[in-house]
Design a protein around this ligand. Structure first.
Ligand code: ISC
Length: 335
């Protein structure tokens, strides 16, 4: 078996390893409480880029999309921003993983990365998005795109979900991702369908539009790695057309995504495996934590709404760490 992470940038190096052994663990582990991380000192959080600069970058992308023209006009670009955090004490990756695993609607992961500043480093997260799995001749992919923040009040939460289902902008954003996945998998399949159509998908903090795609391989010898290579990066993390979107992301974001929006998973010597999109995650080295969140930009996107969407997507990690976007311990917010 090989397991590990692939970076967002297809030209950069993968980071795969061969596990010494395998252990199946039933269900989520008992999660330590937040105090495990909070410590006494202050956490320092810097937004990179600042939210206002991210909104300006969204405007810039909207201008490029609005220009249209050409044989393959730019339709969608997924733009991310990051939070660079200095915790008051080193964060225990095992404890963080256990806290993340309390959201059973996501797949939690913790994978070793090349060391940073001489410190062991890990990519830790709780992703809701299956890039592709293969078990024998059956393959499954579940692209997500189009998002809304969950609300504590049940009626407001329902409204948030219903507005997402009705939103023309989100449906277009989703269609771009789902169709691209379908088209990339079709040549490998003798049968391919989306049996349930597009449906709402909930995590503890977000609503998403999702389409579960199921296929039968034409050739049983096609390994999952080949399907990952055909799909990654999908328009759920990059855009359409892919190369133009990737070039604009490089230019506008101003930092290297590294393994965020890459893929995390495993494959075995039969060619079976499961690969997830590396989302709702952080790169953790000691007390240094870098979080990432992105949002799909299409014609009609509103820059401030995209800032809010990325803030909502940070919550999966921030809640597990027990701090808010300003680094204040949760439950001790200023009024
Ligand atoms: C890029 C991210 O989410 C993707 C997955 C689901 C919904 C998305 C969206 O609505 O923009 C994104 O495409 C992220 O969480 O950083």
């Amino acid at each position: 078996m090989l397991a590990g992470v692939l970076p967002f940038d297809r030209e950069a190096d993968d980071y795969l390893f061969q596990p010494a052994g395998l252990e199946r663990v039933a269900g989520p582990q008992a999660a330590p409480d937040r105090a495990a991380f909070a410590g006494d000192g202050k956490w320092i959080v810097s937004q990179e880029p600042p939210a206002a600069d991210y909104a300006a970058a969204v405007e810039r992308v909207l201008e490029e999309i609005g220009r249209g023209g050409g044989e393959h006009p730019l339709q969608k670009v997924v733009l991310s921003r990051s939070l660079n955090i200095r915790a008051s004490a080193p964060v225990d990756p095992g404890a963080l993983l256990r806290r993340l695993s309390s959201d059973a609607s996501t797949v939690t992961f913790s994978a070793s990365l090349p060391s940073r500043e001489g410190m062991p480093s890990r990519l830790i997260g709780a992703t809701p998005e299956l890039l592709v799995s293969r078990q024998g001749e059956t393959i499954v992919s579940h692209p997500l795109a189009g998002s809304a923040r969950r609300r504590a009040d049940p009626a407001a939460d329902r409204q948030s979900a219903e507005a997402l289902e009705r939103s023309d902008k989100d449906r277009r954003e989703h269609r771009a991702a789902a169709e691209a996945v379908f088209d990339a998998l079709a040549p490998y399949c003798s049968a391919l369908s989306a049996p349930d159509g597009t449906a709402l998908r909930a995590t503890a903090t977000m609503w998403h539009l999702g389409t579960r795609i199921v296929g039968r391989l034409r050739d049983r010898d096609t390994p999952v790695a080949e399907l990952v290579a055909a799909l990654h990066p999908t328009p759920a993390v990059c855009g359409l057309p892919r190369d133009r979107a990737a070039a604009l992301i490089r230019e506008v974001e101003g930092y290297d995504r590294d393994f965020y929006a890459g893929a995390v998973g495993w494959m075995d010597d039969r060619g079976d495996g499961e690969w997830y999109v590396a989302l709702r995650c952080a790169q953790l080295s000691g007390s240094h934590i870098r979080l990432y969140a992105g949002a799909g930009i299409v014609a009609g996107s509103d820059p401030l709404a995209e800032v809010d969407e990325t803030s909502a997507k940070f919550l999966a990690m921030l809640n597990a760490l027990g701090v808010d976007e300003q680094g204040r311990p949760l439950g001790e917010k200023a009024a």
